[in-house]
Design a protein around this ligand. Structure first.
Ligand SMILES: C[S@@+](CC[C@H](N)C(=O)[O-])C[C@H]1O[C@@H](n2cnc3c(N)ncnc32)[C@H](O)[C@@H]1O
Length: 269
């Protein structure tokens, strides 16, 4: 099984390993409108997929790995050999125009920046400081196999609504938006609010209700919060996911945190 090659905030790598993800027995196309590191796409390795995200640099990285995996590996190796604090900041402050170099720079910064965070300033320039990880090329890297899986997918930079609206009867839609809640008590979620507002959550809910009426098979994950449970109750059946966390706010739940999942139209057999 292939691992996601990116470290991504809100990545669903943990869900890959705990067998809690409901998966339909059969589906036509796999559709993921909030791709990020694509943990569930790599878990399922579907034959036919439509992958999208609003982050254009992220989408360009996937396309370069799909189309030029060997050249990409060589470019990444150059960053691996050159890595140092000075090199990191020099690379961060210069965006190449060439697609291949741009993609290798994206993964280099992702693997060496603070916590794999993706953040840009108002000019759209990546501004995350250097982190503690120093490995750029990993033992698990296999860009040729990743390319072979990605060749089965259309990969598009899109707002989620266009992608959700493409899904038709029998498709499997896995939906993992940035988490926001209507009344914030948690700073981490508040941070995300800048990029994904409560209005976006309502727009997503409406698009999912339309998809549900078209008999699309749907799994949505989101923050386990009253406002979210209320909003998405019309989309599908609520299930609670539990996972280990070092960041649990409630001392009674220390070591664990919960997330919400909503499931609709899943055909198990
Ligand atoms: C929680 S992450 C998805 C994580 C993914 N499931 C994984 O395993 O890595 C949410 C993603 O939504 C993307 N995003 C934010 N706003 C969006 C929008 N309006 N339309 C499409 N994608 C959006 C972000 O760029 C981010 O990659």
């Amino acid at each position: 099984m292939l691992e996601p090659f990116l470290k991504w905030a809100g990545g669903k790598r943990w869900l890959m390993n705990n067998n809690k993800l409901p998966i339909p027995l059969n589906f036509n196309k796999y559709i993921e409108p909030f791709l990020g590191s694509g943990a569930i796409f790599f878990l399922l390795e579907p034959q036919n997929a439509y992958l999208s995200d609003i982050n254009n640099d992220l989408i360009e990285l996937y396309k370069v790995i799909r189309d030029r995996p060997k050249e990409f590996s060589k470019e990444l190796q150059i960053h691996h050999n050159m890595h140092s604090k000075e090199y990191y900041y020099r690379t961060r402050n210069n965006t190449p125009s060439d697609d291949l170099k741009k993609a290798a720079r994206f993964l280099y910064l992702n693997r060496t920046c603070w916590n794999g965070l993706y953040r840009v300033n108002l000019k759209g320039e990546f501004n995350v400081p250097l982190g503690t990880k120093t490995s750029v090329v990993l033992k698990t890297d296999d860009f040729v196999s990743i390319s072979n899986i990605l060749k089965r997918a259309e990969i598009i930079c899109n707002d989620f609504e266009q992608t959700v609206d493409l899904a038709t009867k029998g498709d499997f839609l896995f939906v993992d938006p940035p988490y926001t809640v209507q009344h914030n008590t948690n700073n981490f979620i508040k941070y995300n609010e800048k990029i994904f507002s409560w209005d976006d959550q309502m727009r997503l809910k409406e698009a999912l209700v339309r998809a549900k009426r078209r008999d699309v098979q749907i799994v949505v994950t989101n923050a386990d919060h009253n406002s979210v449970r209320e909003l998405y109750s019309v989309v599908g059946e609520y299930q609670q996911l539990t996972r280990h966390s070092v960041l649990a706010a409630d001392p009674l739940k220390r070591g664990y945190t919960t997330e919400a999942m909503f499931v609709a139209n899943l055909k198990h057999g």
